[in-house]
Each structure stands twice: as C-alpha cells, then as structure tokens.
Design a protein around this ligand. Sequence first.
Ligand code: KIV
Ligand code: ZN
Length: 514
Amino acid sequence: MTATTMPTAPSSPRRIKIFDTTLRDGEQAPGCSMNLDEKLSVARQLETLGVDCIEAGFAVSSPGDFESVQAIANTVKSCAVASLARSVTKDIDAAYEALRGAEAPRIHLFIATSPVHMKHKLRMSPEAVLERTVEMVRYAKSRCPDVEFSAEDATRSDRAFLAQVLSAAIKAGATTVNVPDTVGYVTPEELAALVSYLKEAVEGSDEADFSLHCHDDLGMAVANTLAGVRAGATQVECTVNGIGERAGNAALEEVVMALKTRKDLFDCATGIDTTQIYRTSKLVYNVIGQAVPMNKSVVGANAFAHESGIHQHGVMAERSTYEIMSAEDIGLKQNNMVLGKHSGRHAFEGRLSELGYSFAPADAEVFFERFKEICDKKKAVTDSDIEAIVNNRVVEQPHHYRLENFHVHSGKEVTAVCVVTLGREKELVEAVSLGDGPVDAAYNAIGGLVSLPLCELEAYSINSTSDGTDSLGEVVVKLRCEGRLAIGHGLSTDVIEASILAYLNAVNKLLDSR
Ligand code: KIV
Ligand code: ZN
C-alpha cells in the first residue's frame, strides 16, 4: 500500500519583537547624550522604522529624562513606549507618571540576580530579591498592564535561582521577561543553552515574551542575540548603530539584517521596514556627532563597495557572487539623476520623497532654500548632499547668534587671522583674532564675542558628502562649557564656513540649555 502524503501548508515565520533602547541604554553611553528635540526626532524615526517598543529613558533618573519620556510618550502612536525603573515604588511611580500620555505604555523594571550584584551592590539575600521582584511586579502591574521584568546580570546568575525569579515575575503579572547579558560575558553557545533551559524551567514561559539584551564587551552581542533567538527568544533588545554602555549593545541593523538575510536558517520575521535602516543610522550618528565608520557592518560606506578587480568583475557578472544583501534593502538608493540650479521645487521635493523623507511644508521651504544656496556654489547636488541638508535641519537650534560674515587670511608662512561678524537679535558684533590656522583663528574670534565662559573644544571632525572639490563639508564639533557638552553641526561648500556654523550651533545649544 502506498501512503498518500497530504500537502502541508508552509509554516509562517516566527515573529520577533524589536525593543529599541537607543534612547535609554544608548544615550547613557559617554558622548552619546541627546537633547529633547534630538530624542524626539530619533523616536519619530524609530516609529517609522517599525520597532515594537521604544525605551524612551529612565524617568526617575533626572527631570530631563522624565521630560523626554513624557514627550516621546505623547508623540509616538504606533508602537509601545517604555520607561526603565529600578524595583522600588518611587521609580515605578515616576515611570507611570511620565508614560501617562502613551497609547501603549510599558513599565520596564529590573533587579540584579547574580551573586556578585546581590552581595556587593544590592546587599540583599536571594530570598529578599525574590520577594522584592514579586512585590514590585505586582505594584507596576496595578498601574500598567504591560510590565517587563529584567533580571540584571542574568548570564552570571545561578540558573535555578534565575528560573525561580522569572517564574515569580510572570506569576505576578510580567508580560515580558528579559535575560540581560549586562557585562557582555556570555558566548553564543552558552546563551542558547541558557534560553533553552529557561524556556523549560520557567513556569508560564509561553505566556510571556522571552527577551534578550546583550552587551558587546567581547564583540559577541549580535551573535549572542541571534543564538538566543534560535533557542526560542521572542523579543530582542538593541540599539541603532550598537551604541550603549561601554562597548555598546547589539546593533539593531545587524540583528535585523541577519534575520532577513538568513531567513533560511532563522525562519523569523520582524516588523522592521529595512529600507529605513540607513536613514535611521545616519540620523543617530548625526545627532551624537559621530561619522559612520567606513567598515561598519550593514551601514558603513564600504558595506556595499567593491574595490578589488576580481570582486568588481564578479558583481558585474552576477551580483550575488559577492553581495549577500542589496544596498536598496537598507534604503540606499543608487541613483544617477543629479539636481542642480535649474531644478525646480517640484523636482527637489520629488527627490526628497523618493529618498523616503516625509516633511512638513515649513520644513520643505527651509530645505529648498538651503538647496538653492548650495546650487549657487555647486553644479551637481547629489543624494548625499540632500541627506546632509535634511540631517542638518533636524539638529538645528534657536539662533542666539547667527553668522553674518567672515573674512579669513591664511597662508604657508603667515599667521592666520579671521574677522567674524555675528548677529544677535538686531545688533551686530565683530571681532578679529589670530590663530594656528584659519579655523582656530575663527574660533578664537567667536570665543571673544559670545557670552559664555571659557569653552573647551573636545572634538572636531570634517567629512565630505560626496567626491569632488566642490563637495559639501559637514563639520561636527563637541564643545564643553561648565560641565555641559554640546554637539554642533555645520554644512557648507566652504569648509571654514562649515566650521564656524558648527561652532555657533554648539554655542547656541549651550546658551539654550543654560
Ligand atoms: O544591561 C542591562 O542589564 C540593562 C538592564 C537595565 C536591562 O540595561
Ligand atoms: Zn544594558
């Protein structure tokens, strides 16, 4: 007798939730702080990207953090918004208060479960940690239906104790339990084994989302996250560009593109619109004042560049010889059409839309003005120039001081001298200064004009948006004054002007935050 085989419907891929913590764990890292407007623009972009949850901050930690969690909760509509809280009522109350306006609020509370943390940091016995977990998850649940519980330093905790704490958290009402590799210690095999064990040992593990949160101290955050997904995790916590405490967190773009590119292996799907990845990455780098490293996986300039002849030949014959994903997948549109001074508003706005930017009419007006200014100085305006125009607008601040004019004189064997004229409301102020080169002279002149105590220039970088001597120069400076750090951006075909604009942008931010 021959057996008849019934056709089986293809199983649909497992849905993995993306919990983004760029604005909390990411922003907590040195040199990555953002002001309220910057956080809001990143949050809006994360919503467009399609993350499931945005961790907006740690509401109790400072009035500024409270305000940003609140503003993001009131703005974001299509995904959950979380605030971090320690397992104490004061933190949970602050998180709840800040999240009141959110469509889908989530309180994310944590307590450490490893022997070293319990003994030296918490000075609590394991029994007391277990009791506090139950008490605080119940308390959070009485305020908010969506509660995530994290067992800090989970990967260095006693497995049986960890399972006991997570079981108790689920029983007390946690809808997500998170297993952080807080110090980036675990390896992929170990984490996969831990997740398999916990899925079995934790009571009610199928009723809650099982989450992972990996740090990159040994460069394994993404590999660990993916190994944990294969073992059954249903949520992953990551940050854009992998920014975060110390060596950072698992990079969102790498985790998502690995799941997509190796769907044959993972059979998982996310809600991420991958064509928004490049733009999101660029925005975050821009806001924190860092250039995209050339060799960064997925989003670096070299990620889709082929230098060697053998590779170029292979890609020309058949792209898949050396490319496992396409630039278009992450929203990098290859385009031969360039705009110039004869391009009208229609063509310019059309290109902005094609590049995926949505914009308010007032912003479109400003972008078009900048575009026309640039066309006067540069024959061909490329997509990178347009991106730089948009990104510069995002980080613009109110103008306490504006650049009216400058003259610079420098040369091989002369001391550089710069005259800078600034506008402040209706008044004009002018100073002249010498310096070690034209930028130094310009900054010395500005330093003498603005009403700020001595500022320290912590970093200065310059990048060109395209090839060619008429390329736009994008300058980023980090300026510290009275303990506060401001990141300034400037864009111009003239690199001295871009440098002055960046410095003034930082000065305006410092004055604003005073
Ligand atoms: O790394 C960590 O353990 C954390 C928790 C607070 C989730 O960031
Ligand atoms: Zn962390």
